[in-house]
Ligand binder design. Structure first.
Ligand code: ATP
Length: 294
């Protein structure tokens, strides 16, 4: 086997709570995560020599060690004394710096692809340990599906499959700095917590309406206040039949959950018509059982 092609899926937060700041500067969180069918594509190929070469379709995305894919390939080559060169082609579809964990998903798939390409025989736990060195969301992205992430995001409890539904994903045309959002939270912006227990119960009962009522993201307190457009997008999604609408991660991506595909498409059409964002996609949630199958 000289090459491998894999899919790295986007994630959304169905619930995101910040419990406090730890002495080491990280935040304790409690998040319900869900993978989507939207994915980046990565192709890994063995090449002559000892170099790591990464090419991507996004001109402004770094391809040297600042890119998690390059960094992890380099780290694993050194740790497992791999003397072969690796060429990676990364086709990004997941918007960058959007609260959709695109970089973390690419990173997780990179660890798994290196394990397969070089027959390293690593267990999932060992791969999660490697991924966790490069980002708190990466261990979750290794398996994906529906999960509760606690600690700094690395303590994963798998949950039953999310009820089937359609998702309208909207990434407005501006970026958001995660560090800025957490800085504002630390300065006292955190005033109410989402109903994560309600979300968990809704998932256990496969009750989309209950999930819609309970979903929440404490980081909206900062990002939505600073970017009122996000509130307008959420409202548009809800007016057009979304069962729930929320910002993912620290934003600026916002999504709506829909029971019917036609309603999802109509909501997406309205958002495009109103020129609220350039990136508007209808997609579906992606449950864990299919993740391994690609
Ligand atoms: P999260 O939800 O995990 O905070 P995000 O969706 O907000 O992630 P990413 O798309 O992962 O953000 O990108 C965050 C930063 O990481 C970007 O500024 C980008 O330069 C850097 N980065 C490094 N590697 C990658 C990658 N493979 N894909 C995207 N961004 C990457």
């Amino acid at each position: 086997m000289n090459q491998i092609e894999v899919k790295a899926r986007a994630k959304i937060n169905i619930s995101l709570d910040v419990l406090g700041k730890r002495p080491d500067g990280y935040h304790d969180v409690r998040m319900v995560m869900q993978t989507l069918e939207l994915y980046d594509r990565l192709n890994f190929k063995k090449i002559r020599g000892d170099k790591v070469i990464l090419k991507t379709n996004i001109p402004y995305l770094p391809t040297d060690e600042r890119n998690l894919v390059n960094k992890i390939v380099g780290y694993m080559k050194e740790r497992y004394k791999i003397r072969t060169g690796v060429f990676v082609r990364l086709k990004k579809v997941i918007p960058v710096a959007a609260g959709l964990a695109g970089g973390s998903a690419d990173a997780a798939e990179t660890v798994k692809a290196m394990n397969r390409l070089f027959h390293l025989g690593l267990s999932l736990e060992e791969m999660m340990e490697i991924g966790g060195r490069f980002g708190a969301d990466i261990p979750y992205c290794m398996v994906g599906g529906t999960a509760l992430a606690e600690g700094i995001g690395e303590k994963i409890t798998y949950l039953p499959d999310f009820p089937e539904c359609h998702v309208v994903l909207v990434k407005p045309n501006f970026g958001v700095s995660t560090a800025h959002v957490f800085g504002r939270l630390d300065a006292g912006a955190l005033d109410c917590h989402p109903d994560t227990e309600g979300v968990l119960e809704g998932i256990r009962n496969r009750d989309l309406a209950a999930i819609g009522r309970s979903m929440g993201n404490v980081l909206e307190t900062v990002t939505v206040a600073e970017h009122p457009l996000l509130a307008d997008i959420k409202k548009t999604l809800l007016v057009h039949g979304a069962i729930g609408a929320l910002m993912s991660g620290s934003g600026p991506s916002v999504y709506g959950l829909f029971a019917e595909e036609a309603a999802a498409q109509e909501a997406a059409r309205r958002i495009i018509e109103k020129k609220m964002a350039k990136f508007v996609r209808t997609t579906k949630i992606h449950n864990r059982k299919k993740v391994g199958c690609q």
